[in-house]
Design a protein. Structure first.
Length: 540
């Protein structure tokens, strides 16, 4: 027989019986006595450490914690954070942990702790419905492992990283949610394959980010008025956005950069969606019999140089050696994403020292795309070195990675350091790491091998084991941790050796020209820019 406990943070007491007339004071106490098939009914009020709550609050299997579903949890605020050790993501700061068949309904959740998550779901199948997640310092709901949640009719606003994040091998149904003015509306990574239906996603940085080898199904969602893209697809992800027998019904419109940006290695097929074809970039086939529906307010967009954001590369392990991952050119620390393959002619400042340089063509294209800059005296200094901080800035310009791991505070990168934000973004995007002593060494020069490792790991590149391994005259100098990455980068034609193709010079400081060319080649591999012939590109 179902049992109901009542909780009131104002009039209740944890020595009460938990009845409607004599409610508990804390959710914590109610959870202690709850068993399968129990409902915990919350009264209006604030539930926090000051009122006696102990976080994280773990909802057991078969237990429902409910507030006011009709008003999405208005006036029922649960605010707090506790340490939770995740089997897939290590230590986390979490408000709620939901076990199998647990339910959380009609509450407002806020987690103000550093990297705080409102709800953590790990390899369980709970329900989160008719609630509000706001001002969490990371995301509202995070599902990981083999999770299979139902996330239904919630509101996600003003969360720092994402409204909803679905990672690892999670599935689940994400339906009828509203994500607005939050980091990314929905972030789907790794091999996750959730179904997204009838969600309204607007005014975020990007609406839906799909990375790794994710395979989500998207039906009847609206993603509009986001600062960057409506949907961004990267790495080897392949969302199902419609088929002949099951049209997508998604509406993508009025987004700042692209309504649909496919920066993945796969072709997307769009059937039955409302998408303005002029706001699409990458390999996308419109298989409808009719022309894709234009956006309601057709604004001509002859963008001089489209800047597609390439957010979060799939989480990739960084080398486990003291050798830090790479760092790029001194581009401004603002993340200005990567542009489309064929840049339209735009007046660019002609740099005075690259006209006869072996890397001149590559540098000119990156300048056009606003990924690299020259110096005020109209020089590029192609043969000068580049620091790790400058490289971080270049990475952010070129790939604009979104976070797939928690932030970290490096002891030698103060908050007011010019590159602190881009260093953090490159770190969270798995492009760069620090040293074992928790330093980053922002002013150290980046080595060639570190650039190679950075691009391979950050972009999640893979190698064909059947391809013969390229050998260099100085093969023995390649650090052990970087050998696999060098193979992958060779197969992807990212490595540039000037002037001698057979000399890798792995531990030599990279020049600004070498970094520019390797970043450009990574964009070529992603079909983001056109290839440029050069005798110095190493081929497998």
């Amino acid at each position: 027989m179902a049992k109901t406990f009542y909780v009131n943070p104002v009039t209740g007491s944890d020595t009460n019986l938990g009845s409607q007339q004599a409610p508990f004071k804390t959710i914590t106490q109610a959870l202690k006595v709850a068993t399968d098939n129990t409902k915990i009914q919350l009264a209006a009020g604030n539930y926090n450490a000051a009122s006696g709550e102990v976080f994280p609050l773990t909802i057991p299997s078969g237990v429902i914690v409910a507030g006011d579903e009709a008003n999405k949890g208005d006036r029922i605020l649960i605010e707090g954070s506790g340490n939770y050790l995740s089997r897939t993501f290590a230590g986390q700061n979490v408000t709620f942990v939901l076990l199998d068949k647990a339910e959380l309904r009609g509450v407002t959740v806020t987690n103000l702790a550093s990297r705080g998550s409102g709800v953590w779901i790990e390899s369980t199948a709970p329900t989160v419905a008719n609630s509000t997640f706001t001002n969490c310092k990371r995301e509202g709901v995070f599902a990981t492992g083999e999770a299979n949640p139902v996330i239904l009719s919630n509101v996600f606003s003003q969360n720092a990283a994402n409204g909803i994040a679905i990672a690892k091998n999670s599935k689940g149904q994400i339906q009828g949610n509203t994500c607005f003015k939050t980091g990314f509306g929905v972030a789907i990574s790794d091999t996750a394959s959730p179904t997204l239906i009838d969600n309204k996603i607007s005014e975020n940085r990007s609406g839906i980010i799909i990375s790794g080898n994710a395979r989500p199904v998207l039906r009847n969602n609206v993603s509009e008025n986001n600062t960057d893209d409506g949907i961004t697809v990267i790495a080897t992800a392949l969302p199902d956005i419609g088929s002949t027998n099951n049209p997508g019904g998604n509406t993508l419109r009025n987004n700042g950069k692209f309504d649909l940006q496919n920066a993945s290695s796969n072709k997307l097929v769009s059937v039955g969606n409302k998408i303005d074809a002029s706001k699409v970039t990458g390999n996308v086939e419109f298989a409808d019999s009719s022309v894709p529906t234009p956006t309601p307010t057709p604004t001509p967009t002859p963008t001089p140089i489209p800047t597609p954001t390439t957010p979060t590369p799939t989480p990739i392990p960084t080398p486990t050696t003291p050798t830090p991952t790479p760092i790029p050119t001194p581009t401004t620390p603002t993340p200005t994403p990567i542009p489309t393959p064929t840049p339209t002619p735009t007046p660019t400042i002609e740099l005075t020292d690259i006209s006869n340089h072996w890397a001149g063509g590559f540098i000119r294209e990156l300048v056009k795309l606003e990924i690299v800059n020259g110096f005020p005296d109209r020089t590029f200094k192609p043969d000068a070195t580049m620091t790790r901080a400058q490289y971080a800035a270049l990475l952010v310009k070129a790939f604009n990675p979104s976070p797939n791991r928690p932030a970290i505070k490096f002891k030698d990168v103060p908050a007011d350091f010019w590159a602190s934000k881009v260093i953090q973004q490159a770190y969270q995007g798995s492009f760069l790491s620090g040293f074992p002593d928790n330093s980053f060494s922002p002013n150290k020069n980046i080595q060639r091998v570190q650039v190679i490792v950075s691009l391979v790991n950050g972009l999640g590149l893979s190698a064909d084991s059947a391809t013969a391994i390229k050998t260099f005259d100085d093969q023995a100098k390649i650090p052990e941790y970087a050998k696999d990455e060098v193979i992958k980068a060779t197969q992807k034609e990212i490595i540039v050796n000037h002037p001698n193709l057979k000399q890798l010079n792995p531990t030599r400081d990279a020049t600004r020209a070498e970094v520019a060319v390797m970043v450009y080649q990574a964009l070529v591999d992603a079909n983001r820019v056109a290839a440029i012939d050069s005798p110095y590109i190493v081929t497998a």
